[in-house]
Design a protein around this ligand. Structure first.
Ligand code: 13P
Length: 267
């Protein structure tokens, strides 16, 4: 059975003091031995202090991005090995906020334009350093309305994971995050999420092996809250959640874990 996974993505939020408070709030209520995995993904400058704050707990560390390259003259970039040194277990790759333009188009830094090829190179860089990639895929509202959801997911899964060995694929985490559900308060229905997850797993099986596809954990992301976590993670193909806003508040994030525990009938 796949081990459920609740991953927090802090994006560009919190400060050092509130990050420490959040970790203390989580630690106060989380047993060090869980039947599922949990991670938090702080901004780069907080990786080290958060690594220290979670030490000895069940909480693992994730980063939100990494460079495609190992080292060199790449000002402002951070390599996979640096993330590993900082204590990361996971790294989020190809988040829609890095693939697409969001916010005002003239806002500096809002257009990362990462494509499937870059996602693929980052995934390989992460794997080479021993990090577990959380590879994000998902359609825009326009693509869903045009009936293109499955094609978009097929393309992103194929492009992002091309050239990986079967063993590498089996160890991956994929996050299905419909772009229209991110930060909007409008989550996918449990049925929409389940259909997308089944589709992604089928594509993984046809591109690799059924065994590898069966081992991949696929998380749903997009307006997950304590109140909808159980229904969103109830489908057997949904292995947990990638959580943005609600991962910034200890009780909300814990409530999502409890929802998943209920849905998966974990102890
Ligand atoms: P929200 O949970 O805030 O909708 O964000 C989801 C997300 O983008 C996680 O990576």
């Amino acid at each position: 059975m796949r081990r459920p996974f609740i991953a927090g993505n802090w994006k560009m939020n919190l400060n050092l003091a509130s990050a420490r408070e959040l970790i203390a709030g989580l630690r106060a209520k989380l047993s060090p031995h869980l039947a599922y995995d949990v991670c938090v993904s702080p901004p780069f400058p907080y990786l080290f202090p958060v690594a220290k704050a979670i030490d000895g707990s069940a909480i693992k560390l994730g980063a939100q991005n990494l460079s495609t390259d190992e080292k060199g003259a790449f000002t402002g970039e951070v390599s996979a090995l640096m993330l590993k040194d900082a204590g990361c277990t996971y790294v989020i790759i190809g988040h829609s906020e890095r693939r697409h333009t969001i916010g005002p188009k003239d806002a500096v830094g809002r257009v990362c334009g990462e494509d499937d090829d870059m996602v693929n190179r980052k995934t390989k860089a992460a794997l080479a350093a021993g990090l577990i990639p959380i590879v994000c895929v998902g359609e825009t509202l326009g693509q869903r309305d045009a009936g293109q959801t499955e094609d978009v997911l097929t393309q992103q899964v194929r492009g992002g994971l091309t050239g990986l060995t079967t063993e590498q694929v089996a160890g991956l985490v994929v996050a299905y995050e419909p772009v229209w559900a991110i930060g909007t308060g409008r989550n996918a229905t449990p049925q929409q999420a389940a259909e997308a997850h089944v589709h992604i797993r089928k594509r993984l099986a046809s591109a690799h092996t059924a065994k590898a596809a069966d081992a991949v954990r696929i998380l749903y992301g997009g307006s997950v809250k304590a109140s909808n976590a159980a229904e969103l993670t109830a489908s057997p193909d949904v292995d947990g959640a990638l959580v943005g806003g609600a991962s910034l508040v200890a009780d909300d994030f814990l409530g999502i874990m409890m929802g998943c525990v209920t849905a998966k009938r974990l102890k």
